[in-house]
Structure formats: C-alpha cells, structure tokens
Write a protein that binds this ligand. Structure first.
Ligand code: CP
Length: 315
C-alpha cells in the first residue's frame, strides 16, 4: 500500500519513481539470492491476501511466476482465463474493477490490448493492478530483466545493452527501465517500420538518469562491439500480427547469430522467451555458453514476488 493506505498499481514503469524501480529490482535480487539458500524463496508477506491472475492471452512464464510467487508468499490465488469474466458479456471495465476490488488485494492481468482498460480497473484505492503485458509495454519483464542484470553484473549502472529485433512491448519496457540507471546505454537496432514508438523515446529521455542513453537505428552497420548484453525477443509478440506479408525478410538480418556474438565476445545473451530457434536467434546462441535466458526466466518469479510485496507496501 502507498503511505496513504491506497493500493500501489504497476501499469507502466513511467508511473514508478526511480526509487521504486530500484527497490523492486533490489528486492527481487535479494529473493533470488535467498532462493539458493536453505531458507528458499518462501515467506509469509502475503498471508491473508488474495491475488487474482487474469490472463486473456497465452503465457508460460509470467502467469506461472506470479501464481507461484503469490503462493510462496502465502497468498490465495484465483485464476481467470480469457473466457471467464463477464467482461465478455458486456459488463463494463468500471464495474469489473469496482467489484473485484472488494474481493481481491491484487489483480495481475495480461490483456495484450490498450492499457487504458487496466487504468480503469485501477480507478479505485483497494486493489492493486499489475500489468503483466499490454500492447505497448511489458513492465514486469523489464523489472525481471533488471533483476537478472543486477545478479549477473552486481549493478545495472553503466551497463551497455545491444537490442536486436522488433521495438515491441518488451523493448519499450527495457528502454523505460534501463534509462533509470546512471550511465546505462541501450542501443536498439530495429527493422525499418518496426521500431519503438516515439513516445517511448520521449519518456525515456525525460526520465533518464545521468549519462543514460537510449538510441535506435534501423540498420546493422557499425554494431557496437563493447557491450555487456545482446538482447532479442521473438518476432511475433503475443497478441500481435503484422500486416506486411513479407515481414520475415525485413526481420531476417536482425537475427542474433554466432557471428553477432563473436563481435561482442564479452557479452551475455538475453531473451525474454518464448524463443523460436532459427528465427530471431540461432540455436547455437540460445543454447550456447553466453546465454542466460533460462536463469532470466527463473528470475521472473523472484521479481514477481518483489512486485507483489511492493504492491502491498511491504517495503
Ligand atoms: N516473457 C514472457 O512474458 O513469457 P510468457 O509470455 O510465457 O509469460
């Protein structure tokens, strides 16, 4: 809960202060480190609370991360699939948020649609609303990724990340999150016509920490060699389609291959998963020694636990 007792929502990273981003990331890293000890990733911080998990779109990681994380923290969980709520039969978003807020403490939702709907659900003070992926942003993915970077490098400050592929909702969240750290540099190389929305650049610039930079180009010339991370995502983001029938040809040069990784020999490879080997990344890279994509996936649960605790005002 916030200081005034109202629910803390997480719909966009733009809504969070720098301090909140850092607190959630540090807390996720602490839980991840604890998971490796005898204590494990469990607790009682959410005992007596009920978390709703409403996923209108497919998910393996995010849905499981929040469900398992909530259970590990002692919460009860109610899961809703795409056909379950009366939203399908015309009940308004306003009425849905009002009703659920009397019964749930947190609602974790994936819509892959306009986030305005989540903001309507969040128009009350009792139930926290967490965006588990909307059309424009995947904020809990970025928080998990920043947690992974913290665990791997000790700090996110000054890290240099090369992102290849579509400027999708994961890329948008990464730009919004990384730019909060002093000296962090995110260079995106996105296919022409598939870049970040201008609003993402504008917001990242407006909230950037000292020395943090987000740059984007639509070609592959002069790829930076001195990077800590090469990052990509699958080309067909959940809930989206591409009107151009030839889009694969436009994307093909942006595939992460062994040649790309050889240009950046010190870099780890990150991928939010699910992956399509042979499309956005070669099997050699995803299953190779530089890849940390599967520890990145596990960290989503520790980060989800940190998000849930933050929503409930535990820190
Ligand atoms: N990265 C991610 O959001 O995975 P899921 O779609 O499986 O949740």
């Amino acid at each position: 809960m916030a200081d005034d007792g109202s629910a803390r929502h997480l719909i966009s990273l733009d809504d969070l202060t720098d301090g909140a981003v850092r607190d959630i990331v540090e807390r996720g890293a602490t839980i991840a480190r604890r998971a490796a000890t005898a204590t494990g990733a469990t607790g009682s911080g959410l005992a007596g609370t009920v978390v709703g998990i409403y996923f209108r779109r497919t998910s393996t990681r995010t849905r499981t991360a929040f469900t398992s994380g909530a259970l590990r923290l002692g919460a009860g969980v109610i899961a809703y699939g795409p056909g379950d709520l009366q939203l399908n039969t015309g009940e308004s978003s306003e009425d849905t948020g009002r009703v659920l807020s009397g019964m749930l403490d947190v609602l974790v939702a994936r819509t892959a649609d306009d986030p305005a709907e989540m903001r309507v659900w969040a128009g009350q003070r009792r139930m926290a609303v967490v965006n588990a992926m909307s059309a424009d942003e995947h904020p809990t993915q970025a928080l998990a990724d920043l947690t992974t970077l913290t665990l791997r490098f000790g700090s996110v400050e000054g890290l240099r990340v090369l992102y290849l592929g579509e400027g999708n909702n994961t890329a948008a969240a990464l730009a919004r999150g990384l730019s909060r750290y002093p000296g962090a540099r995110l260079e995106l190389r996105t296919p022409p016509g598939y870049g970040l929305a201008p609003e993402v650049h504008r917001r990242a610039a407006a909230t950037a920490a000292r020395g943090a930079v987000v740059r984007e180009r639509h070609d592959l010339a002069d790829l930076p060699r001195d990077v800590d991370v090469v990052y990509t995502t699958r080309w067909q983001t959940t809930g989206t389609s591409k009107p151009d029938p030839d889009w694969r040809a436009v994307f093909a040069p942006f595939r992460v291959t062994a040649e790309v990784m050889e240009r950046a020999p010190k870099a780890v490879f990150m991928h939010d998963l699910p992956a399509h080997r042979g499309e956005e990344v070669s099997a050699e890279v995803l299953d190779g020694p530089a890849a940390i994509a599967f520890e990145q996936a596990e960290n989503k649960m520790y980060s989800a636990m940190a998000v849930l605790e933050w929503c409930r005002g535990a820190y």
